[in-house]
Write a protein that binds this ligand. Structure first.
Ligand code: 2BA
Length: 111
């Protein structure tokens, strides 16, 4: 058995949690804070069988892994055109990224 401890962005947590719940995984969610940026993040704990580790890592990657996202820069005054409408510039930014720790678990007991 393994304990998966994963730290994800708060924004990524809701969809990741629903996917894990839908796939019938037991999850504990902790509200945590990154020690470097001092910003809130989410830590999830999952006790799972060894053979499920890759599947769970893949679900985490799909919902919290690094990915490209189009963002629009705030319009600069020079971008106001003759029709008085503003245009902002789309830029491709990298968002997300999860940290995963996989720990051995000797036994799970419910008493
Ligand atoms: P990430 O490496 O994506 O880490 C995101 C968050 O995951 C971290 O938040 C921390 O809460 C957790 N985390 C990552 N690796 C960990 C580990 N080995 N042990 C325990 N927790 C871990 P923050 O600490 O606020 O860090 C935010 C981002 O700042 C990090 O993104 C990384 O890009 C950078 N960073 C963190 N510590 C750094 C350091 N000592 N020097 C330079 N950059 C650092």
């Amino acid at each position: 058995m393994k304990m998966i401890l994963t730290i994800v962005r708060n924004e990524d947590a809701p969809l990741l949690l629903s996917e894990l719940n839908e796939k019938k995984y037991y999850v504990t969610k902790l509200a945590t804070t990154g020690g470097f940026l001092k910003k809130g993040n989410t830590t999830l704990l999952l006790g799972i069988e060894d053979e499920k580790v890759e599947e769970v890592c893949e679900i985490i990657r799909q919902h919290s892994g690094k990915r490209q996202q189009i963002m629009y820069t705030p319009p600069a005054p020079s971008n106001v055109n003759v029709y008085n409408s503003v245009s902002s510039v789309p830029i491709n930014v990298e968002v997300g990224g999860a940290t995963i720790f996989i720990l051995p678990v000797e036994e799970q007991r419910k008493v």
